[in-house]
Write a protein that binds this ligand. Structure first.
Ligand code: AMP
Length: 282
């Protein structure tokens, strides 16, 4: 496995692969790799001749400095995992490489970034869009893989790719979950045993809303209150938002009779914030 930490070295390797007519898949991550990341890599390997994984904990997208400092960093284990599963190239730039002194140019996403995460994590998607743009520029992939667990992030990236005429296909990959329904997340490692036990309530709340929808309930207010009641019954859980919105425009929906809708939630357990979502297909 190749390992690059400078954009021009990474780019040179990618150009050579493309010149040899190998297609390139790219999986951007912040490390602490788990089976969710591995699934993205596996899908990329099925689609593409070469797969690049990046590991970069992007300070620019953290609105909370404690969350940034406490974010799990397991680079040696991550390198081992990437080698074992046959990643072709790892891109691990330092903070100073991505944001050298004098760095001042930022991408500002629009309406897609405004609700939900945009309300509670100010500046988050600007940081995400800026770094993903830089990572795409360094890796020059044909396809880039993103998890639907971060549904709004995926929407912001898709929009940026259209708006900036970026030459990459954005490929969504379904959320990988623990057997009890908890979505895999690097932040799960910071949950106490007690919090981990009850954190499956997040998915239980989402599933209950989907079940009610499948049984005929179409009012967003009703569906959201079903989910909130379930979260209310878990003393460890503190709900930040529960929203139902159109899966393409991300506009909130009062009623989900005719459109593809998603319910997304953010829930705190102590000082750990977890997000998840579920799709209701019309
Ligand atoms: P992160 O390292 O958390 O920034 O995530 C890197 C990529 O992995 C993003 O595209 C995430 O959406 C995706 N991802 C994170 N958790 C999961 C999961 N449980 N299942 C599938 N993809 C995931």
């Amino acid at each position: 496995m190749k390992n690059f930490d400078q954009p021009h070295d990474m780019r040179e390797w990618s150009r050579l692969q493309s010149a040899s007519h190998f297609s390139i898949g790219f999986v951007p991550t912040m490390g602490a790799l788990h089976d969710g990341h591995k699934r993205l890599i596996e899908v990329a390997q099925q689609d593409c001749d070469r797969v690049i994984v990046s590991i970069f904990v992007n300070a620019l997208q953290f609105n909370n400095s404690q969350d940034y400092e406490k974010y799990p960093r397991l680079i040696d284990a991550d390198i081992q995992i990437c080698k074992e599963i046959g990643v072709d190239a790892l891109y691990t730039p330092s903070h100073a490489t991505v944001y050298p002194p004098g760095f001042e140019t930022h991408i500002t996403p629009g309406a897609t970034a405004a609700p939900m995460e945009g309300v509670f994590r100010e500046g988050h998607f600007g940081g995400v869009a800026t770094v993903v743009n830089k990572l795409l520029n360094a890796t020059l992939p044909d396809r880039a893989y993103f998890g639907t667990k971060d549904f709004q992030q995926l929407a912001v990236i898709k929009r940026m790719v259209i708006d900036f005429d970026l030459n990459v296909a954005v490929v969504p990959v379904a959320t990988v979950r623990q057997p009890d329904g908890l979505a895999l997340s690097s932040r799960n490692t910071r949950l106490t045993a007690q919090q981990r036990d009850v954190a499956c309530v997040i998915y239980r709340g989402l599933e209950a809303a989907r079940t009610a929808y499948l049984q005929g309930e179409q009012s967003s207010a009703e569906l959201m209150s079903i989910t909130k009641d379930i979260y209310g019954s878990c003393p460890e859980a503190r709900v930040e938002y529960v929203e139902i919105f159109d899966s393409t425009t991300l506009c909130t929906l009062q009623n989900i009779s005719k459109r593809n809708a998603v319910m997304a939630v953010a829930v705190w357990f102590g000082d750990i914030r977890l997000i998840d979502n579920i799709e209701f297909t019309a």
